[in-house]
Design a protein around this ligand. Structure first.
Ligand SMILES: [Fe+2]
Length: 384
């Protein structure tokens, strides 16, 4: 990607019309070894007036004890305000924090996560993600991939509900969907044209006191800087936020049931993401459209239900999260297999992440747990 004005070579003199030098900034990941972008600011981004502690409430997680499948009705979690303070963690481990957020107010400050990439899934609502590299308009069913270190604000145009994944590393397209040069492969369920890049805006030349809240799990701070962060006249490189809408996902379907890795979208350290979107079912004459029973013997599966008729799940609603844990089999509830026979398509939308380390449960999730979910595979509801 490249946008705006750039000098002919990197690291050379590049001057404003008034003769002053632009301030070059390298945004580089994994030291100098991985994706990076070069930005040209009107003023140095380093001009820091003040640094104060940011006493961010840390979520208290409890182990999934006793170890069992669970269902959380996260639509019932109270959430309001702006995009960051509205985040309510529900599940987490050292690799990943999963939070829900519903918000309608613009962020008065900038935010920067310096621990890992963020993957934001827009359940409903619309607005913009404002960054120094440009703005990204978002809408329902967008994934927003926000690289570590990106300074940003979210401005909802209407009430927005997001599922927030905070990772501890890069969020990437799975290797199996890329060729040796990184280009998306012909068999991938998406294509470069499906991804939206930020649109660089006119640089904002403002002196003052601008708040940037820096988040790094246990290491948080509130910075006050002297120049507006969105004062970039040009940038190029491979490290930038982007959007991908599930409407553009071209699901891989087959003669027989396709497992979740066919529906993979992204991956991050210790986490594999996939999406279930409206699609045709399997076309073998005796195919069973719903999934078979299965045991994830060594990972936890977290499904977030977005919309549609969730044929294989009893009792779930929009905003539900099911945690199908390592050690407990799960599958269609009684009657679901028979009901599915002969069906040719589904309108369900759901997004999933599998984690390879055990997930712990936040109090906010326990408060909205359907505690009988683990019994929902019984033929008749059991008497407790
Ligand atoms: Fe599963």
């Amino acid at each position: 990607m490249r946008a705006g004005e750039l000098p002919a070579k990197r690291h050379i003199q590049f001057r404003r019309p008034d003769g002053a030098l632009y301030a070059e900034e390298l945004l580089s990941t994994q030291g100098f070894e991985s994706l990076y972008s070069l930005l040209y600011h009107l003023r140095p981004p380093t001009a820091t007036i003040d640094v104060k502690p940011w006493h961010r409430p840390q979520p208290a997680f409890s182990p999934n004890e006793p170890l069992r499948n669970r269902h959380f009705k996260t639509a019932q979690i109270p959430s309001a305000g702006e995009a960051i303070s509205a985040r309510t963690p529900v599940l987490g481990n050292d690799d990943l924090t999963i939070a829900v957020a519903e918000f309608s107010e613009p962020m008065p400050y900038f935010y920067r996560n310096v621990r890992g990439d963020e993957l934001l899934f827009v359940h409903h609502g619309s607005g913009t993600l404002e960054t120094p590299l440009g703005t990204l308009a978002y809408r329902a069913h967008d994934y927003l991939v926000v690289p570590v270190g990106t300074t940003y604000r979210l401005h909802p145009a209407e009430t927005t509900r997001m599922l927030v994944y905070e990772t501890r590393g890069p969020v990437q397209i799975p290797r199996k969907f890329r060729n040796e040069f990184g280009q998306l492969a012909e068999h991938a369920p998406y294509y470069e044209r499906d991804f939206r890049a930020p649109v660089l805006q006119a640089p904002i030349e403002q002196e003052g006191a601008f708040e940037i809240r820096v988040a790094g799990k246990e290491r948080n701070a509130i910075y006050t800087v002297a120049h507006h962060p969105c004062d970039v006249v040009g940038w190029d490189g491979y490290c930038y936020p982007y959007a991908f809408n599930l409407d553009e996902f071209a699901p891989i379907t087959g003669k027989l049931h396709q497992p979740p890795p066919s529906h993979a979208t992204f991956e991050a350290p210790g986490a594999a993401f996939c999406a279930f979107v409206p699609r045709l079912f399997d076309y073998h004459p005796l195919a069973i459209p719903v999934p078979y029973n299965h045991s994830s013997v060594d990972c936890d599966e977290v499904l977030y239900y977005v919309s549609g008729n969730f044929m294989s799940r009893r009792g779930v609603e929009e905003g539900s999260i099911t945690l199908h844990t390592a050690g407990a089999p799960h599958g269609p509830q009684p009657g679901a297999v028979e009901q599915s026979l002969g069906k040719t398509s589904t309108d369900e939308i759901a997004v999933m992440v599998d984690t390879f380390a055990p997930l712990h449960i936040a109090k906010a999730a326990s408060n909205v747990e359907d505690e009988n979910y683990y019994r929902s595979w019984l033929e008749a509801p059991a008497v407790t």
